[in-house]
Design a protein around this ligand. Sequence first.
Ligand SMILES: Nc1nc2c(ncn2[C@@H]2O[C@H](COP(=O)(O)OP(=O)(O)OP(=O)(O)O)[C@@H](O)[C@H]2O)c(=O)[nH]1
Ligand SMILES: [Mg+2]
Length: 443
Amino acid sequence: MSRSTVAAIATPHGTGGIGIIRISGPNSLEIANKVFSKLLGKSHAMVLGNVIKNNKIIDNALACYFKAPKSYTGEDVVEFYCHGGMVVCKMVLEAVILNGAAIAAPGEFTRRAFLNGRIDLAQAEAVGDIINAKTENAVKVAANQLSGSLSKKISEIRSKTVDITAHLLATIDFPEEIEPIPGSELKDMVNGVAGEISGLLLTADDGRIIMDGLNAAIVGSPNVGKSSLLNAICGQDRAIVTDIEGTTRDVLDVQVNIRGCKVNLLDTAGIRESDDIIEKHGIRRSIDSIKSADIVLLVLDASRELNETDKEIIRLVEDKETICLVNKSDLPVKIIPPGFKDVVYVSALTGKGLDELFSLISERFSKGELTSEVMITNERHKNSLVYAQSCISSAFEAISQNQPPDIVLGDLELCIAALGEIDGMTVSDEIIDNIFSNFCVGK
Ligand SMILES: Nc1nc2c(ncn2[C@@H]2O[C@H](COP(=O)(O)OP(=O)(O)OP(=O)(O)O)[C@@H](O)[C@H]2O)c(=O)[nH]1
Ligand SMILES: [Mg+2]
């Protein structure tokens, strides 16, 4: 497939030690040799020379030629390692463009790597995930996906589905020669595929939490110290704290890194009966935050007994995963806390108990070996799997109801196509465009 030759600055915009200009495509070497003082030709060898534009030296730089197909994109690639200034990098890029390269679109190099079969679509997306990762765990999971673990799993599930399809087709095409698989056996096979798809889908919640963060809502009665706790957890004076009940009116969202895990902490308005219209809105938002939270940090005041409002809130969080924080435990403790599995005595004032809280939160994240597990971290993959799951269940139904094999085949084929959207075996150009347009330029 012949493609144009494209170039971009691959390092971030800004000043740094080194700036990289990457060229990819059939004319990379020819173009690079027009702007470089030394002759490039040997693959994977660094050469020191000068970059020239309009007969003038612009920079002293290293250059490396990567002969196709052993390059990032699978095409001929040349990279210049210049000094990392914005202006010098732009000048080198201009020299390359003047000599015939086009400007690369966002994600163009990775897109070419995908189109040239260097990596599949899930691996290409993992490149973006690594770049955008906000925590070490997010990097680990994305690196695992980049190594092809998810793609391997998907292709295993697909080949099992293809086997069933092939056998069904053979029984239709050669009814005399091929013994039909007994219905019960067929159901077992389809069920096996369904089980693997559901197993993957079960990881999607944890996967999302690792990549996007755990949504933790701090809720409780007014004045129990929710905002003080938020400030203590993030180590910054983010929320307003006063001794007036109803200080917090709106939901405040702060992102914190707790032991390598991204947590989106929500400070909410104290929940109580109120006639104040603004406060009422705030309270409605607090209740919404409970609903959308992955985990609720329910705050109680250690220095007083449980009151009706506390009890009402305890009922609101009944169905949610909850850590009960008994705050103000620096004061004489009067409360008898309700029977939550996780109860931590904390003090926003002294920082007491926060370590224990952090341990509980980080346990919530890493239930196992992050790196060895295949995880669904991407909404797109999840949606395709949900669809694959519905197709495979409907194949199962069709078999159970003794429907003709072509009905079953139709469902199986849809399932195969849905799986193929994940690694890009069967994916529309529109989806591909959408994925790569979210990449940065130069990647
Ligand atoms: N002794 C002690 N006082 C605390 C502690 N945490 C908070 N307070 C005090 O309790 C009062 C209320 O604190 P806030 O953090 O504003 O409470 P809140 O739950 O956010 O209150 P609302 O926003 O009104 O719902 C303030 O006077 C804080 O100084 C603590 O751990 N120990
Ligand atoms: Mg508050």
